[in-house]
Design a protein around this ligand. Sequence first.
Ligand code: CP3
Length: 349
Amino acid sequence: MSSRHDFIRALRREPVTRRPVWLMRQAGRYLPEYRALRQHAGGFLDLLKNPDNACEVTLQPVRRFDLDAAILFADILTIPDAMGLGLEFVAGRGPLFRRSISRLTEARALPVPDPQTDLAYVLDTVKIVTQELDGRLPLIGFAGGPWTLAAYMLEGGGGAREFPRARAVVNAQPELVEVLAAKLVPATIAYLLAQARAGAEALMLFESWAGLLAPEGFRRHVLAPLEEIVTVVKADPAAQDKPMILFAKGAGQHAAALGGLGAEALGVDWTVSLADVRRATNNHVALQGNLDPAALLAPEDALRAAVRAVIADFGPGPGHVFNLGHGVTPDVDPERVGALVDEVHGAPV
Ligand code: CP3
């Protein structure tokens, strides 16, 4: 079934009326209206777990800018939180879990959350947002990749320190990562399918810490679980016509393997050339990306030139969704985002 949304059409590598664009972290701290609502609500988790707040934050960027998709306001760590790890956000430290996983017995004892009950707040947000959007824009649902979730669960927190504990486990006790994946894969499949049933029109997997792994670990802990998720999700009538996007940050050298997993599109970070990824994937998948997020900190004419360079790098033909190579940072002037969107839409398709 063909879509009238350029975003969905581009993911299927169909012709578009203009090049679609949305930005990772398009909702967030660079928007004054986000900061105001977060302060009013109490904190990030109070936005996340309250569907009316999460809906409002989802819609803030699409009201302000002519974006081609909305992304559900949630977090990849909702699944480990629903498994009982106790998610917290400490200002300046990023995400933390009250409990981390260090033993096989702990990993084996983790429950696989039922999205209908344990993640009902996310599904309620998807329903409310879908109602509010009323078909004007497609909504992207998402989940974290199993390796990235496992890295946070093993580390207890992470980010700034590059996950030394999680990487030690990969080398010393890889079966612990696999036991976590055996929980996270079915949890993620159920979560994505529930989002699709609730109204999400595209599904994205964020494997943000894929770049930490050596090639063998990448095959075992990134490619294998992602392939299982994509295969099962795609086989379900609820998601058959919902394009999937795989974003494995720092994994440019694995583009051919990622492109063969069955998803319609790959998200690409800014460290690789879209033309190279297109060649590596034989032009069989759509690409989403890949402007350096720091380009949003440059003067407007330099930003516009950088946008044109990404578009030129992709080259002719359908199958490009413009995005950053990672998320919008809090120090960005919202006016730059407006200029970016304007430049993308003004470019020939
Ligand atoms: O606009 C959107 O992109 C949708 C919402 C979204 C958030 N997190 C909101 C958020 C999405 C898609 C995510 C995914 C996510 N969360 C990822 C994958 C993408 C990536 O960035 O690589 C990861 C690794 C996380 C885990 C996470 N959540 C981290 C590391 C942090 C802290 C980092 C930071 O920017 O402070 C968060 C918090 C978070 N998630 C914020 C937002 C808007 C900032 C919260 C705040 O302080 O208000």
